[in-house]
Design a protein. Structure first.
Lengths: 332, 301, 429
């Protein structure tokens, strides 16, 4: 069997493009770019868990929170350098994911959804109970100024964008290769038919836990990066709405494919702006303006699930495959 | 006295969660879908009730208006959204998560539209009967005529619905349409109509939950009020704790959740407000993953 | 074949991104951001919707009412003051996002009266207005930490801090409720911790302390709080929470016939807001309250008369309450600061003006402000009153008795401050 390429050159190309991009646009866009990068990582972790492994998570926000708090604490209390704190975030959240996965293995469908929902609401508020977690106002997470070697004009936001963008490229490359590997195939088998997979010798329980672990680790990274862009880690940064937004992004991206992740993340960040423009064009009242973004996001969710359930990218690919199959059969 | 009051607070809150849980179970039993928009529908029904109270002035009229409005809206959602979902997204990997995502989206849409139509500010529905605590021997209990009414209504609804499901042909049809729709169809059951009916019943139950949750508080409600977020999360957790398959489980789950949260908040710390439901859920699912009165999964092929 | 499609997709995404982002390239920088020859732009973030917005969402209307009056009378050195308001729903991350919009998109000159301890903190560390030289004027929170010049170099408080308030409360309790059992309801975050620190300095020992998680305040939760206060047999119950928490508490207390001696913190103490949620005025009567500005019903006070007249014309039908008074007062002080910064208005000149002349800015407060080159602290105390039979806060016996202190270990003293007369026509001189 021909070994699938890892598409490394593609990701390097992406990096170069982003590098030039960051120099050309204004601060607000750069900041949004950092947000997009963070979402890309978070959504890809959700695709891994829900799309590939078939386990619904309504509480990914909580995993982001674990990553963020781990990074902040390891940096503030233990004095780790920033990069190390990110790695800590990945490891601790992965451990949390393993625990969650082990617990979740006994649950299915709505029970799992319910547990993750409760997790999303409950976990962030744990911060108020332990002094070290900083309570409602949270902990500071300051990654410091960009190094002077980059010049005086190099803004903080551009620095965020570089860090987040690089992390996004690396994690996307990793996730892509994991999904294409034996593990990815194992997950898809388990999702499609649990019993058949077991008959084929796959330990579905273990593979489910593995999916949770890896997904959590990646989610933890995005959580740490999210806190970097906000500068603080606090419970209010991880509301239930965040988990829902991530799920929306995953569905928009095409919950079973990685390709649309950028699109999904982009749409999530762009919607408030688009909604603002629409509201102003229509000369709408205060009430409409505030609620338009929420309406668009939720409406988009419903429409996507109805008409493009596997995501625009997958839809396009499926149509193309069908087209090619038709052409192929004509030649017979 | 503190013990008694803690218990009473828990029972009242729990009975409202039970109403919500009943709505979730009704939808699950008739269409095997978890409707995350249930609380949003309850919220919408509350607004219907508010409009009725403002025009007619009587809560007792507003209650059935809200229930009917809620039932109709729920039926419409089933007819339009759910049928489309089945048509477009019932195959492939998306099938399992599609209803969850669609109903989540619906929740957001309902909230946004309510805010646009009625605005985000607090509106008020005054309780029909007194919410002042009963006074016994000079000390006042956290239990009032209103809270007694809520409890009574929950029990009545439970009995009525259970009778419907277990003892009537309609109930049999409802159960059959969920578990084995093809066979039911062959037996002459109008499966689609029956499923819609299940949603309508759930819509009515949710409406009652919404109205009672509002008047049990200080009567103020808005799209963002904590009361409705509680309905969503705690109502769902109560249903899961009870085991999604049973109406009795829904009520037991609701009461259990309400009482345990109350004890945690009063005897441990009231700062644990958001964590308590989660921990309780974990504990229950760890001990009984199928819920209090659930059927163990795995029997299904 | 597959690899080619993948590459196409990623390239397409990149192109899309470039086109989209480049299409919003900004023009060259203005001379001073937010200042033109005709306009001064200020930005405000606060909860306009959501549980915490109760009462506070009247502040923008109040501030704008004064600014409109100011603009109609020549503005500041010929420039009109414009206020851009964004709703952050009391969520710190949204505050950060909206503040970014104000600074990067709306390009405001300064941030005015952002609301919420956690929100201002989040903005300070993420958006970092201090490092960018953006003034953060008269923050709408009493968190004592904002007085730290090193951490918040361009931030000015105006409200007396929670520590100050707690110390004054503690002094009042010592003088009037010695030996009684005291209970405290507080918010589970910096807002509450500040209060606890102040009470500690004042030496108050609580029989019971009930924290509530921010966002969880509701009538049902209040029933739980009351059960605890009852169990501890508290004689005096201090409500040091936001308006929605105070309302929930008082409303439920009425239903449960629970009536200790109430003491309301100023944050959640606005009588009009509380009564609007259905709490009967009788529940408030005789409760003890604190305010740095005159009673909102005191029409003999020239500032109160002036402000309420303007507000009644600008927002007819809306009751004039403490939130409105404080909002207009802050706008008044802002106008003074902008005028004092001179016709060559820059962010630096504004900061300099407050540092040098801030302590003398005319405003309605009955206690002095402490702005100086070394201090960015605003008002330093409160007067103590009781809520009347109509549920409005009024000074006991009709004359204001105010106390001042600091956020440290300084003593609480009776204030001898005499408020100077209001400048002519209420315009900055």
């Amino acid at each position: 069997m021909k070994k699938e390429s890892t598409h490394l050159p593609l990701f390097i190309l992406g990096g170069v493009i982003l590098y030039f991009l960051s120099g050309m646009v204004d601060e607000l866009r750069v900041y949004q770019g950092a947000s997009i990068a963070v979402y890309v990582i978070a959504i890809s972790s959700l695709i891994l868990l829900t799309g590939y492994s078939g386990q619904v998570s309504l509480g990914h926000g909580a995993l982001l929170a674990i990553g963020a708090y781990s990074a902040a604490i390891s940096k503030n209390e233990l004095g780790f350098p920033v990069l190390a704190s990110f790695i800590v975030a990945v490891i601790i959240t992965a451990a949390g994911g393993a625990l969650l996965g082990a617990a979740a293995a006994r649950l299915s469908g709505p029970y799992l959804a319910g547990t993750t929902l409760a997790l999303a609401v409950g976990l962030p508020s744990l911060a108020n109970q332990f002094e070290i977690l900083g309570g409602e106002q949270g902990l500071l997470f300051d990654v410091g100024f960009p190094p002077l070697s980059l010049g005086e004009d190099f803004t903080q936001y551009k620095w965020f964008f570089w860090i987040a963008g690089l992390a996004a490229l690396i994690s996307m490359w990793l996730v892509n290769n994991i999904l294409k590997s034996r593990y990815g195939r194992t997950w898809r088998a388990g999702r499609a038919n649990d019993v058949a997979a077991q008959l084929a010798g796959i330990n579905t329980g273990r593979s489910k836990v593995l999916a949770f672990t890896i997904s959590a680790g990646i989610a933890g990274l995005s959580g740490a990066l999210l806190s970097m862009t906000i500068g603080t880690v606090s419970p209010s940064a991880f509301p239930l709405a965040l988990s829902f937004s991530l799920l929306t992004g995953a569905v928009l991206a095409g919950i079973t494919t990685l390709g649309g992740v950028i699109l999904g993340a982009f749409v999530l960040v762009a919607i408030p702006e688009v909604a603002d423009v629409i509201a102003h064009r229509l000369g709408a009242s205060e009430g409409v303006t505030t609620n338009l973004p929420g309406l668009i996001v939720s409406g988009l969710l419903i429409l996507t699930v109805l008409f493009v359930p596997n995501g625009p990218v997958e839809q396009h690919r499926a149509r193309k495959a069908k087209h090619e199959a038709l052409l192929g059969s004509k030649h017979k | 006295m503190q013990l008694l009051n803690t218990l009473l607070i828990g029972i009242t809150a729990g009975s409202i969660y039970a109403l919500m849980a009943i709505a979730f179970v009704l939808v699950w039993r008739s269409t095997r879908v978890v409707n995350f928009a249930q609380a949003g529908m309850a919220l919408l029904s509350t607004y219907f009730g508010y409009e009725a109270v403002s025009r007619i002035g009587s809560f007792w009229v507003a209650l059935p208006v809200a229930m009917i409005g809620g039932a109709i809206f729920a039926a419409l959602v089933e007819l339009i959204l759910m049928r489309m979902l089945v048509k477009h997204a019932s195959s492939g990997p998306i099938a399992g998560v599609a209803p969850i995502i669609a109903t989540l989206g619906l929740l957001g849409v309902i909230r946004a539209v309510i805010s646009m139509i009625w605005g985000g500010q607090d509106l008020r529905i005054v309780a029909p009967i007194s919410n002042n605590g009963f006074t016994i021997n000079g000390s006042t209990l956290v239990f009032s005529p209103l809270k007694l009414l809520i409890l009574v209504v929950v029990v009545i609804l439970l009995i009525l619905l259970s009778v419907l499901f277990q003892k009537t042909n309609l109930g049999l049809a409802l159960r059959a349409s969920a578990h084995a729709p093809e066979i039911a169809r062959l037996s002459g059951v109008r499966v689609d109509a029956v499923r819609t009916l299940g949603w309508a019943l759930a819509g009515a139950a949710g409406a009652v939950a919404g109205l009672f949750q509002t008047v049990n508080g200080n009567g103020n409600f808005s799209p963002d009020s904590i009361e409705f977020s509680l309905l969503l999360v705690s109502g769902f957790i109560a249903a899961v704790i009870g085991g999604l398959d049973s109406l009795l489980g829904a009520v037991l789950g609701g009461l259990f959740l309400g009482i345990s949260i109350s004890f945690v908040l009063i005897y441990v710390s009231s700062g644990l407000f958001f964590i308590a439901p989660f921990v309780i859920l974990l504990v229950v699912l760890f001990v009984r993953p199928q819920g209090i009165i659930g059927v163990k999964a795995g029997r299904r092929a | 074949m597959k690899a080619l499609n993948r590459r196409k997709l990623i390239t397409a995404s990149a192109v899309l991104a470039i086109v989209g982002l480049a299409a919003t390239a900004i023009p060259a920088q203005a001379k001073e951001v937010g200042v033109s020859s005709t306009e001064i732009k200020l930005g405000m973030t606060l909860p306009m919707t959501g549980t915490a917005s109760l009462g506070y969402n009247k502040i923008p209307g109040a501030a704008k009412a004064y600014f409109d009056y100011l603009n109609a009378n020549g503005g500041i050195n010929g420039r009109k003051v414009t206020l851009v308001v964004k709703d952050d729903r009391y969520v710190p991350t949204e505050a950060v996002a909206k503040t970014n919009e104000l600074i990067l998109k709306d390009k405001v000159m300064a941030l005015l009266a952002p609301l919420g301890t956690a929100n201002v903190k989040a903005v300070a560390s993420s958006v970092n207005p201090g490092r960018r030289g953006i003034p953060v004027l008269f923050v709408n929170t009493g968190f004592s930490g904002f007085a730290d010049k090193k951490k918040y170099p361009t931030t000015y408080t105006v409200l007396p801090s929670y520590v100050m308030e707690a110390k004054i409360m503690g002094q009042y309790i010592k003088e009037n409720f010695a030996g009684k059992k005291i209970g405290l309801l507080y918010q589970d975050d910096d807002f509450g911790t500040d209060a606890l620190a102040g009470f500690k300095t004042a030496g108050v020992n609580f029989a019971v302390r009930v924290p509530y998680a921010s966002g969880s305040q509701s009538a049902t939760a209040a029933a739980g709080w009351i059960t605890k206060f009852k169990a501890a047999e508290a004689d005096v119950v201090i409500l040091f929470g936001v308006s929605s928490a105070t309302s929930a508490m008082l409303g439920t207390a009425a239903q449960l016939k629970y009536a200790p001696q109430w003491m309301l913190g100023s944050v959640g103490g606005d009588a009009t807001t509380i009564r609007a949620t259905g709490v009967p005025a009788a529940v408030l009567t005789n409760a003890i309250g604190f305010s740095p500005v005159p009673a909102t019903t005191d029409m003999k006070d020239e500032y109160v008369k002036f402000f309420s007249d303007i507000y009644a014309k600008a927002v007819p039908g809306s009751p004039f309450d403490l939130n409105v008074l404080l909002g207009m007062n802050t706008a008044f002080m802002t106008a003074q600061a902008l005028k004092a910064a001179g016709p060559n208005l820059t962010r630096k000149s504004l900061i300099n003006a407050i540092n040098t002349k801030g302590a003398t800015f005319a405003n309605s407060a009955l206690v002095p402000a402490a702005y100086s080159r070394t201090s960015q602290v605003g008002l330093t105390g409160y007067w103590v009153g009781r809520y009347s039979s109509t549920g409005d806060l009024a000074p006991v016996g009709g004359s204001y008795v105010a106390y001042t202190t600091d956020s440290g270990s300084g003593a609480v003293v009776k204030s001898t401050y005499k408020r100077p007369a209001m400048p002519a026509k209420g315009l900055p001189n």
